[in-house]
Design a protein around this ligand. Structure first.
Ligand code: HAM
Length: 558
């Protein structure tokens, strides 16, 4: 059998590289804390329509790159039971005693019945003192006839006979399995002891279309609406770290499962969510984060795509300009020229680029308000000394953007040079049924951040050093294994990073192994155990020291 491999476009992160990821994530969390952001974790999959309505049907992400599936039909057991009871009550009032069918309480027997998938007992009979006499039918409602359903009913009957809490000892017990008429009756199932009833009705809820999140802004805004976060009247400052999924052609810096570190500032307009100062603050925070991570040589590219009305005007200008040009362009552009001309600017086809260069720029379609907003963003950035480059072609590949859009690019990344991207989305909440909640945010491509840092050699060395253990505990002989575990436990509880060797290793092998993965080796032989004086060798200096066990943790910490 062929060996299994990670799916194309996905990859494993192994130590020591994973340590670098952790370091970046920790640095990001620390910066977010200083800017007073809190963490949000949203589900990895959402209803497909969330992305269609926010990111936009015509975007590459939604039209080509999403991992979408139908969650399958769901058997609506409650509906079937309710209809069956109603049906039986009207037809045979004596046969079905509603109070008994609908028992909601939790007598022990009913709980056990439910665990067996037997949802109802129906009786006809008399109460004699504490006991029911007559015929009782145990009824199970299932999506299909299966051997499992039959055997559960048989077990339920045994239980009814043996469990005193059933109060059915005096009863004749019959078994009934109710399945929808639409389910085929499996001829291999032995149903000699059970009445199988095919019940007419539609008991399968329609399936839901689900999608692995291709980005996290839509999920955050959905959560903002769902939990009424705007009701506090305050700005919500939320960050997230997690995997995203896009079916793109894999290449360096582009994966099908990739990671983002992102943040969103969102709230009612009264909280200042529309203020250009929010934009400038977010951009300044990003510059700080990249500087603190030691990333040099980044470029902040900045643009404004204006208000929804500006974009409509721009779309119109593009539509007109594209009438004579589109027939010379790729099939996607020809379609988009009509449906959503802005998306023509996302085209990556080399032959189309000279044509795209001649198209109108959005800056010419901005109204006074949008221009003034943008001017305030750039003025605040100038004041804070955050360098940027205006790029009027930067419209970003997602439909929800309004006004400020930006990307931080890095020359070291090659073709996929966007380290991060983001912008303002003042109408997004309303487009998915929420209140007015302007916002701005970004997402950093964590995979690309790691690639950039790895390219900076000094960090690589630092990461490699960071994974060396403080000490390697080497038991001399297998009889000392347990004692070594105890010593390692002591040191680990004192906060040290400790590797535990193995008593079956010869001393030479212990030294060789320790030298590769730890800064020092602690020898634990019979003598050391008895005397409580341990021998520690430091690999960098080559010195060997005798240390009393009580002082060992302190010594290794030094
Ligand atoms: P985005 O530009 O689609 O924006 O993605 C943000 C970043 O994620 C990109 O700049 C890139 O670094 C990284 N990225 C995207 N696709 C891949 C991939 N296939 N492989 C590796 N890295 C990738 C968004 O996702 C928006 N939600 C950002 C945002 C937040 N806007 C407002 N708030």
């Amino acid at each position: 059998m062929a060996t299994l491999k990670a799916v194309r476009g996905t990859r494993d992160l192994l130590p020591p590289e994973a340590a670098l990821w952790n370091r970046i994530e920790a640095a990001a969390r620390a910066v977010f804390a200083r800017y007073n952001f809190g963490e949000i974790r949203t589900p990895i999959f959402e209803d497909t329509s969330l992305f269609a309505r926010s990111v936009g049907e015509e975007t590459d992400i939604v039209s080509k790159e999403m991992y979408t599936w139908s969650d399958g039909e769901r058997f609506d057991e409650k509906k079937m039971i309710a209809e069956w009871i109603e049906n039986n009550q009207s037809r045979e009032p004596q046969r079905v005693q509603p109070d008994r069918i609908n028992v909601q309480g939790n007598p022990p027997f009913l709980v056990k019945l439910n665990a067996l998938g037997v949802q109802r007992q129906v009786y006809r009979g008399l109460m004699q003192g504490q006991h029911l006499t007559g015929v009782t039918e145990l009824v199970s409602f299932r999506p299909v006839l299966s051997s499992e359903a039959i055997s559960s009913l048989l077990k339920a009957r045994d239980l009814a006979r043996s469990d005193p809490s059933s109060q059915l000892q005096q009863h004749r017990i019959k078994l009934r399995l109710v399945v929808p008429t639409s389910s085929p009756l499996n001829p291999w199932v032995d149903r000699s002891e059970v009445v199988v009833e095919q019940f007419e009705g539609q008991f399968f809820a329609s399936s839901q279309s689900l999608t692995l999140r291709p980005e996290n802004t839509a999920g955050v805004v959905r959560a903002y609406i769902e939990h009424g976060l705007g009701e506090s009247g305050q700005l919500q400052k939320l960050y997230y770290i997690g995997p995203q999924f896009r079916r793109e052609r894999p290449q360096k810096g582009r994966y099908r499962q990739f990671w983002q570190i992102g943040a969103e500032v969102i709230g009612p307009p009264s909280a200042g969510s529309e203020s250009p100062l929010r934009d400038a603050e977010v951009l300044e925070m990003l510059a700080t984060l990249l500087d603190e991570l030691g990333i040099t040589g980044w470029t902040l590219e900045l643009n404004s795509v204006g208000s929804a009305a500006d974009r409509e005007r721009y779309n119109q200008a593009l539509r007109e300009a594209l009438v004579p040009l589109a027939p010379k362009m790729c099939a996607d552009c020809q379609r988009r020229a009509v449906t959503n001309p802005l998306r023509v600017l996302d085209c990556k086809v080399p032959e189309d680029q000279p044509i795209i260069a001649t198209l109108p720029v959005i800056a010419d379609s901005l109204d006074e308000d949008s221009r003034a907003h943008f001017a305030q963003v750039t003025a605040a950035l100038d004041a804070a000394g955050v360098p940027y480059k205006l790029n009027h072609r930067l419209v970003r590949g997602l439909d929800y953007y309004t006004r400020t859009t930006f990307e931080f690019t890095h020359g070291g990344l090659g073709a996929q040079n966007a380290l991060l991207g983001g912008g303002r989305y003042d109408g997004l909440s309303e487009s998915i049924g929420g209140p007015k909640a302007p916002g701005i945010g970004f997402a950093i491509g964590l995979d690309r951040l790691v690639l950039t840092l790895q390219a900076q050699e000094s960090t690589q060395t630092a990461a490699a050093q960071a994974v060396k253990a403080d000490a390697y505990v080497a038991p001399i002989g297998e009889s000392l294994n347990a004692a070594a575990l105890v010593l390692a436990r002591e040191l680990r509880r004192a906060g040290l990073r400790v590797e535990l060797g193995d008593g079956s290793f010869r001393l030479k092998k212990s030294f060789e192994t320790a030298d590769k993965i730890a800064r020092r080796i602690v020898i634990l032989g019979e003598d050391e155990l008895q005397s409580g004086i341990l021998t520690v060798k430091d690999f960098a200096s080559g010195t060997q020291t005798k240390v009393p066990r009580a002082e060992l943790a302190k010594f290794l910490n030094g």
